[in-house]
Design a binder for this molecule. Structure first.
Ligand SMILES: [Zn+2]
Length: 106
């Protein structure tokens, strides 16, 4: 199996705050910050992509009283990061190329 991903350098710093979000620092010094809910709703796994294609909301119910948190995170073979969520989900791999393309300026 090959992955046709653009060649993106891994961030030099990866910081996951379980309640606040993910901060990445790229080799060129750019810093990207992603909110947890933003990441969860855009989970790149096949299951969540399928739900979004059907126009369904991905992730915890927006009316849920429980705040979404990241339970755990793991680097995946130098090309991305997988996050385990408090809602039990955790199959999506956030490739650096996706995060880099998606970055929002501070
Ligand atoms: Zn997913």
């Amino acid at each position: 199996m090959t992955f046709d991903l653009p060649d993106v350098e891994a961030p030099t710093e990866v910081e996951l705050d379980r309640a606040a979000g993910l901060t990445l620092r790229w080799p060129d010094g750019t810093v990207s910050h992603f909110g947890l809910e933003e990441l969860r709703r855009n989970c790149p796994c096949a299951e969540c992509r399928g739900l979004r294609e059907q126009g369904r909301v991905v992730g915890p119910n927006p009316r849920s009283l429980l705040a979404l948190t990241a339970v755990d995170a793991e680097l995946v073979g130098g090309w991305g990061l997988t996050i385990r969520w408090s809602d039990g989900h955790g199959t999506g791999i956030f490739a650096w190329s996706i995060l880099r393309a998606w970055q929002v300026p501070e």
